[in-house]
Write a protein that binds this ligand. Structure first.
Ligand SMILES: Nc1ncnc2c1ncn2[C@@H]1O[C@H](COP(=O)(O)OP(=O)(O)OP(=O)(O)O)[C@@H](O)[C@H]1O
Ligand SMILES: [Mg+2]
Length: 247
């Protein structure tokens, strides 16, 4: 579904992605973890061309995303992206947030778009909020709407960049549950997250990044039980015992 071939990216002098050569299979749930500043957001944002790269090749569904003449808006409309901030349109109802792009970009009629949106809102447990404004929802509810809105475009691939890290702790679970359901339904997912419980339970594979490189790729069983790279071991020790106390 996604391939990276010798991808390099710089911010000025800073080498933010170093020779990334990796792939993500169709139907795979990948969790990308690593310390702050390691390049996780940069990497995930290259997939829908929110970040240009200096060299290398990225394909999505077999398509070179930097091919001349490729319509970047069309590319993005086929990749669902959920950020830390929910970015819902504040002046639109929940339902209209979920019907706007399918009508404008997919040519769906209002009725079809609303039927699809309501089914998705049902799936994320928010059909009863269809007429509400985003400001009247909790953070967890807004993030579930953001997921439904992305799904309304029927993307074959969903990207998540720390979708729960702006949420109050009691709302994290409801968003992770929606992601878990999506994974079980076979969606291809790339998830940058610090939720190691989610990684352990749902991921098919984990990538550990540091300093712009993928230092380790493993199943969650291997990664959590026997991290190979010293920096991965340190990372896991730090998140298990953030104050340096014995875990
Ligand atoms: N627009 C930018 N201009 C310059 N440097 C940047 C820019 N965006 C990111 N960087 C730098 O690139 C590196 C990777 O950043 P990135 O946001 O990808 O890290 P991250 O792994 O997502 O971190 P976090 O866990 O804190 O979100 C960092 O050192 C960061 O300071
Ligand atoms: Mg980030």
């Amino acid at each position: 579904m996604i391939t990276f071939d010798s991808v390099n990216k710089y911010y000025g002098e800073y080498h933010a992605l170093r020779e990334i050569t990796e792939h993500v299979a169709r139907g795979e749930v990948l969790v990308v973890c690593g310390p702050s500043g390691s390049g996780k957001s940069t990497l995930i944002r290259t997939i829908n061309r929110l970040e240009p790269v200096a060299s290398g090749r990225i394909t999505v569904g077999g398509q070179d995303i930097h091919a001349p003449g490729l319509d970047v808006n069309a590319l993005r409309s086929h990749i669902g992206f959920v950020f830390q901030q929910f970015n819902l349109f504040p002046h639109l109802s929940v339902l209209d947030n979920c019907t706007l792009a399918p009508q404008r970009l997919r040519g769906l009629g209002r009725q079809d778009a609303e039927a699809r949106a309501l089914a998705l809102l049902e799936r994320v447990g928010l059909a009863h909020k269809a007429r509400a404004r985003p400001a009247d929802l909790s953070g967890g509810q807004q993030q579930r709407v953001a997921i439904a809105r992305a799904l309304a475009m029927q993307p074959p691939l969903m990207l998540f960049d720390e979708p729960t890290s702006a949420l109050d702790p009691e709302m994290v679970g409801e968003v992770l549950q929606v992601m878990r359901d999506l994974a079980r339904d076979g969606m291809t997912m790339v998830c940058v997250t610090h939720e190691m419980g989610f990684a352990r339970e749902v991921a098919d594979r984990v990538w550990f990044m540091d300093h712009g490189q993928v230092l380790e790729r493993a199943t969650p069983e291997e990664f959590f039980a026997r991290p190979q790279h010293p920096r991965a071991r340190q990372f896991l020790a730090d998140i298990r015992s953030p104050l340096g106390l014995p875990a």
